[in-house]
Every structure is written in C-alpha cells, then in structure tokens.
Design a protein around this ligand. Structure first.
Ligand code: GCU
Length: 385
C-alpha cells in the first residue's frame, strides 16, 4: 500500500507540474480560459455538466415529477430518549410505466431552531444499516451520534429507486418514466443517475419540513453510493455539502493516473453495465478519449462544500486518485475567492484536511463507512457552517 501511494504521489507531482492531456476544468470547449465566476457559471459549468450527462451518468428522463407526493408510513414517534422525532415517509411518484416509492427514515433532533441534516444514500441493506427502530445500530448510519451533535439523520435505500442489478432498465424508476427500454438513447440515465435523482426527491421532502434547515443539508454516500452523492451534489445545488466516501472509479478517482490496483473504466462497465450511460462504454481502456476527468465532477460542487474520504487499505478505489481530483478541482473554489483543498500531497492517515471548502481524509483501515468517517464529516460541517 505505501509503495502504491508513493508511486502515485510521484505521478501526482508530475501531473500537477505539467499536466498533459488532462481536460482543463477552467478552459471552455472552445479553448477560452475561464477567469471569472460569471464565465464559470454561465459557460463552463453548464458545459461540464453536459459532458458528464452525455458521456458518463446519462440524462434523467424526468426531474421532479408532477405526481410526487409524500405519504407518512406511520405516525411520528419520539425516539432516542426523547431527543429526536422519527419520521417515516414514502416518497411516491408515478409515470406512464407505473409507480415507485422511496421509503425515507428521518431522525430530527428536538431543537429551538431548524437543524442541519445529513442524507445517507444507503447502498447496504436497510434492515441492518438504517433500522428505523434502532434495534440494530450500525456505524454505517450512526443516527444517535448525528442527533447528539445536532444534525438530523436521514437515510433511504438506493434499491427503492432502482434495484442494483442489470435488468435492461425494465424495473425501478427507469421503467416508471420510460416503460419501453428499447428506445433508450446512448445518453439515457443509468442507475447511479437514478439513485442521485432519488436523493433529490428526499430534498424535495426536506423542503416541506420546517424543523430542518434546508440551507445546511449534506448528501453522503459510500462507494457506489459515493459516486451517487457526487453526481447528486453536481446536479442539485440545493445540497450545501456533498460527501463521497471511498467512491473510487466513476466517483472521485481521477482516471488519468497509473493506479494498477484500482478499478478501471473497462472493469466497472463490465461488472456493472447498468451504472453509467451506454456512451461511457466507449471509454474502457480509452480513458484519454474521455472529455472529462473526475476532478471536473468535484468542481461542479463549487463553491459549495465538498468532501472526499479514502481508506488506506482501499487500493481498489485508488486513494491517490481520489485525492488528486480534489486538488485539481480546487482552482474553481479559488475563482470564488475561497480555498478549495488545502494540502499539496496525500496526507498521512487519520490527519484530515479541513481548512478549505474541499475536505479530505485518508482513514486507516478497509473499504467501509465508519464512525470515524462520520465524525470527520460532522467536524467539517461544524467548521464550515
Ligand atoms: C465494487 C465496485 C466499486 C464500488 C464498490 C461498492 O467494488 O467495483 O466500483 O464502489 O463495489 O459499491 O462497494
């Protein structure tokens, strides 16, 4: 691991010195340097968003559906020794292909003022990882700790939006809004885009909740959920903070970097053909042809808060690549007169970089979302409120 990281740091240094072939986040498609916030917001940001829709995640069939409605699953209940109110709601929608529902669980601390919140896109089983009754408390969703620090803890299961297997887009939200998969275009939304869409529907619900401060909501995801969180933060500017944990390929990991132990675009398309749009397939073993790299995904979050977390034993996610995207995205925060990532090289394990508006840490341990990670996310959110 140390050797891999060292080798990759050398690559980082070489690339940050004189990047060749790396798409420049601050240069328009027409080749014009972007030197003002206005040009970023009106020209370059829309271009980058469009590139990710066309080549990576695909284009949503629908945004907020007119059929969206919120239906309580059961009456609100006091939990956590009276410290929190639990709300359970079904976020329902329908379209030409039928109906769908996202079961949301929210623990909202009792407070005099509206509270900030974290929304977890949970890619592990709801029963064990969300457990609305809190009989099973899993650090993947440490609701008690979040509530104790004054944050509302919200979670939904990604599979409610779209089941995580390749079924040719005949189930989940894809089928609700596009019942005939044979007419899907090469840039039609894949499963990650669908999950991100689900997180946006949670935000629609949050906007109806006076006890939650909608201006201070973070979206959090681990691994495939971390890729999703980044796309959600990129596409939905209502999220003030975007947190991607161990997101790797298609998430925060920079593609144009020699990290042989990490997942490639070819591998991810082969193992998970449903995650991205069909156009993304052409970039397997052909990363250099991709008109974006993942630093541009992180940059779409500027000037809001972004956070990327890696783990020392998670070579598959390519830790130095996750770090490198934060570094190369940071000039966009600087355009706003803010600090992006403050730090030049991959930090030592368990020494978080929290000074700028792009946070990063490398946790000791394996691919997972742990209490340590959540504590650092909350520290970062506390610091940048
Ligand atoms: C696999 C996959 C990764 C993904 C991970 C996960 O390892 O290759 O891209 O991030 O699963 O979601 O746990």
């Amino acid at each position: 691991m140390v050797a891999t990281v060292m080798a990759a740091i050398t690559v980082c240094a070489a690339e940050s010195g004189a990047p060749t072939g790396v798409p420049d986040v601050l240069k328009t498609v027409a080749g014009k340097p972007v030197t003002t916030v206005e040009t970023w917001e009106q020209v370059r940001r829309p271009e980058v968003l469009e590139l990710f829709k066309t080549h990576v995640f695909g284009r949503n069939a629908v945004e907020r559906p007119s059929t969206l409605r919120f239906e309580p699953i059961e009456p609100d209940r006091e939990m956590m020794e009276g410290k929190a109110l639990r709300k359970r709601v079904n976020i329902r929608y329908s379209g030409p292909g039928g109906e769908g529902a996202i079961a949301l669980t929210a623990f909202i601390p009792k407070a005099a003022q509206p509270v900030p919140a974290f929304v977890l896109i949970c890619n592990r089983s709801s029963a064990k990882h969300i457990d609305p009754d809190r009989l099973t408390k899993n650090p993947f969703f440490p609701a008690e700790e979040l509530v104790a620090r004054g944050y509302a803890a919200l979670a939904f299961h990604n599979g409610d939006v779209d089941p995580d297997f390749h079924d040719g887009f005949t189930n989940g939200v894809h089928a609700v809004f596009q019942p005939d998969p044979s007419v899907r275009k090469p840039d039609a939304w894949g499963t990650i885009a669908a999950w991100a869409w689900g997180a946006s529907r949670v935000m629609d619900w949050i906007e109806t909740q006076p006890t939650i401060d909608r201006t201070r909501v973070g979206v959090v995801g681990h691994s495939r959920g971390g890729k999703t969180a980044l796309w959600c933060g990129a596409t939905d500017t209502r999220f003030a903070l975007t947190i991607s944990n161990n997101s790797g390929c298609g998430g925060a990991k920079f593609n144009r970097m020699a990290l042989p132990k990490s997942e490639s675009i070819a591998r991810i398309n082969k193992s998970f053909p449903h995650w991205f749009c069909t156009n993304y397939k052409q970039y397997g073993d052909n990363e250099d042809a991709l008109p974006v790299d993942q630093h541009m995904l992180v940059a779409l979050i500027a000037p809001r808060l972004a956070y990327v977390a890696s783990a020392t034993l998670d070579d598959w996610a390519g830790q130095p690549g996750e770090f490198h995207s934060c570094l190369l995205a940071s000039p966009v925060w600087r355009l706003y007169g803010q600090q992006g990532l403050v730090g030049e090289t991959l930090p030592a394990p368990d020494t978080p970089l929290h000074q700028g508006r792009v946070g990063y840490h490398l946790r000791t341990g394996k691919h997972d979302l742990t209490l340590y990670d959540w504590q650092r996310f909350m520290d970062f959110a506390d610091k940048h409120k």
